[in-house]
Design a protein around this ligand. Structure first.
Ligand code: NAP
Length: 483
C-alpha cells in the first residue's frame, strides 16, 4: 500500500474535500508508486488561501530575523534527512542520486541564505535635498503569494520561491507539480516540524488546471511566482495582469553553447555533455544548441560523439548511471517526436535517437542521448524547447555568425561560450541575449546567492534568487522625516 501524503492547510495535515487522490509513479520503474497525493479542487486551494490570509497580519509583525529562524531550523532537519530526501527525489523525478543529493543540498543552502537575509533585508538611506530631513526606504510584505512549481527541480525551485517569501513576511500557498510533489512536501514537513506558525505556509497538491488555476482566482492573493511552460505561464499572466497583481514567470529555454576555434576541445566536450545530457536534458538551463566554429568542427564532433556514447543511461538509483529516464511517458513521447521531426527537417542523426528497451528499461521512459548535426538555425529543432537529452549542432564560419545564430531564438534564458580569447568573451557577454551568461562553463549550474532569470520569452518579472528575490515579495515604502 503506497504512503498517502496529505495537504497542509492552517498548520494541519488534511485530506482534500473530495477525498480523491492520485498516484505518482517512478519514471524509472512504473511498477513502483512513489506516493498517493491529494487531488485537490478549487475549494481546497481557496481554504488554503483563507488560512494564509488569516495568518498574514501576525506573521508580518514578526521581526524578520525571527522569521529566518524557522528556515534555519528546517534546514538542519533537511540536512539530517539528506540521504532519504535524495532517494525520494530520484524515485519521483528520475534524476541520478548524486544529482538529487546536490539538489537537496542546494535547497538547504537556499533556506540558510534567506534565513540570513532576514537579518539583512537591506533598504536605502538616501540624502534629502532639504535641511534636517532624514529620508530612507522600508521593505514591506504584501500578503498572500501563490507559488506554482515544475517537476524538474522539485526541491530547489519550491525552496527558492518560498524561502524569500516567508522571510519577507508574506504567507504562501504552494502548488507543486503533479509529476514530482513529494520533494516539495518534504520541505513543508520540515518547516512544520520547525514550528512555523499555522497558516503561514500551506501546501495543496492536485492538477494545475484545477488547483493551480484556482490560486489566480482567490481575492487575497497578491501575486504568483510561476516556473513552468510558456503556455501555462502566459495564461496566468493574462489573468493576473487584468487584476494588476504581481507575477513572476520563469519558463522555457533553447540555450546555446558557442565553441570558438581557440577552445580547449576536451574541455568543450565536457561542457557540452554536461549541459546537454545531465539531468536527462530536463533543466530549463540545459544546452540544446551547440554552435561550433568551423576550423575545430570535425575534431570536436569526433570526441563529442565518442564521449556521449559512453554515457550510461538507467535507473538513477544505480551507481554509475549518468543519465536517468524522461520524467513521464508524455515527456518521452515529446523527446521522440522531436527526434523524428529533426530527421524529417533534414538534420543528420549522428548519435542516439531511440527509446531504450529490453529488461528493466521496459519499465521506464529511457531515451538515448541524441545528437543531430547539419542543423540550420530556422529548423524547429533549433528553435523549440525539447526538454530532453537532444543536442542540435550548428556550424558557424566566424564568431560574428555564431553570435547571430545564438541570438536567433525567441528564448533567452542561459548561454555559454568556450574560448580562451578574452576579447571574444567580453563581446559575447555584451551582446548575447540571455539572462544567465556563462564563460567556459556549461549553460546549466547556477548558484543560489546570485540573481536568476532569463530575457525574451524565457522570463517575465523580477529576478529570483540572490538578494534581488526579495524585491518581488516586498513593496518599497519611502519615509521623509523632519527632525
Ligand atoms: P507546466 O506544465 O507549465 O507546469 C508547471 C506548473 O504549473 C505545475 O505545477 C502544473 O501543475 C501547473 N499548471 C499546469 N496548468 C496550470 C494552469 N492552467 N494554471 C496554473 N497552474 C498550472 O511545466 P512543467 O512541464 O512542469 O515544467 C517544464 C517546463 O518548465 C519547461 O518548459 C521548462 O523550461 C520550464 N522550467 C523553467 C525554469 C526556469 O527557471 N526558467 C525552471 C524549470 C522549468 P501540474 O503538474 O499538476 O500540471
Amino acid at each position: 500500500m503506497p504512503e498517502t501524503f496529505k495537504n497542509y492547510v492552517a498548520g494541519q495535515w488534511i485530506d482534500c474535500r473530495s477525498r480523491k487522490t492520485f498516484d505518482h509513479v517512478n519514471p524509472a520503474n512504473n511498477g513502483e508508486i512513489v506516493g498517493r497525493f491529494q487531488a485537490s479542487g478549487a475549494e481546497d486551494v481557496h481554504a488554503a488561501c483563507d488560512a494564509a490570509e488569516r495568518a498574514w497580519p501576525q506573521w508580518a509583525q514578526v521581526p524578520a530575523p525571527k522569521r529566518g529562524e524557522y528556515l534555519f531550523k528546517a534546514a538542519d532537519l533537511l540536512e539530517q534527512r539528506l540521504a532519504k530526501l535524495a532517494e525520494d527525489m530520484t524515485r519521483e523525478e528520475g534524476k541520478t542520486l548524486p544529482e538529487s543529493k546536490a539538489e537537496v543540498k542546494r535547497a538547504i543552502s537556499i533556506f540558510r541564505y534567506y534565513a540570513g537575509e532576514g537579518a539583512r533585508m537591506f533598504s536605502y538611506q538616501i540624502p534629502s535635498e532639504r535641511e534636517s530631513v532624514f529620508a530612507y526606504t522600508l521593505r514591506k510584505p504584501l500578503g498572500v503569494f501563490g507559488l506554482v512549481t515544475p517537476w524538474n527541480f522539485p526541491s530547489a525551485i519550491p525552496a527558492w520561491q518560498l524561502a524569500p517569501a516567508l522571510v519577507a513576511g508574506d504567507t504562501v500557498v504552494l502548488k507543486p507539480a503533479s509529476q514530482a510533489p513529494l520533494s516539495a512536501w518534504r520541505l513543508v514537513e520540515a518547516l512544520h516540524e520547525a514550528g512555523i506558525p499555522a497558516g503561514v505556509l500551506n501546501l495543496v497538491t492536485g492538477s494545475g488546471t484545477t488547483a493551480g488555476n484556482a490560486l489566480a482566482d482567490h481575492p487575497a492573493v497578491r501575486g504568483i511566482s510561476f516556473t513552468g511552460s510558456n503556455t501555462v505561464g502566459n495564461k496566468l499572466y493574462d489573468k493576473l495582469a487584468a487584476k494588476r497583481l504581481r507575477i513572476q514567470l520563469e519558463m522555457g529555454g533553447k540555450n546555446p553553447t558557442i565553441v570558438l576555434k581557440d577552445a580547449d576541445i576536451d574541455n568543450a566536450v565536457e561542457i557540452l555533455v554536461n549541459g546537454a545530457f545531465f539531468s536527462t536534458g530536463q533543466k530549463c538551463t540545459s544546452c540544446s544548441r551547440a554552435i561550433i566554429e568551423q576550423p575545430i568542427y570535425d575534431k570536436l564532433m569526433e570526441k563529442l560523439i565518442a564521449r556521449t556514447r559512453k554515457l550510461r543511461v538507467g535507473n538513477g538509483m544505480e551507481a554509475g548511471v549518468d543519465v536517468g529516464p524522461a520524467v513521464s511517458e508524455h515527456q518521452l513521447e515529446t523527446d521522440l517526436k522531436y527526434i523524428e521531426l529533426a530527421r524529417k527537417e533534414g538534420a543528420e542523426l549522428v548519435c542516439g535517437g531511440r527509446r531504450i528497451t529490453g529488461g528493466q528499461y521496459d519499465k521506464g521512459y529511457f531515451v538515448e542521448p541524441t545528437i543531430f548535426t547539419g542543423v540550420k538555425p530556422e529548423m524547429r529543432i533549433a528553435q523549440e524547447e525539447v526538454f530532453g537529452p537532444v543536442l542540435a549542432v550548428l556550424v558557424a564560419d566566424s564568431f560574428a555568425e555564431a553570435m547571430q545564430v545564438a541570438n536567433k531564438a525567441k528564448f533567452g534564458l542561459s548561454a555559454s561560450i568556450v574560448t580562451r580569447d578574452l576579447s571574444r568573451a567580453h563581446e559575447f557577454i555584451n551582446t548575447i541575449e540571455a539572462g544567465l551568461i556563462v564563460v567556459n562553463l556549461p549553460t546549466a549550474g547556477v548558484e543560489y546567492q546570485l540573481p536568476f532569470g532569463g530575457t525574451k520569452a524565457s522570463s517575465f518579472g523580477q529576478r529570483e534568487q540572490g538578494p534581488t528575490a526579495l524585491d518581488f515579495y516586498t513593496e518599497t515604502r519611502t519615509v521623509y522625516m523632519r527632525y
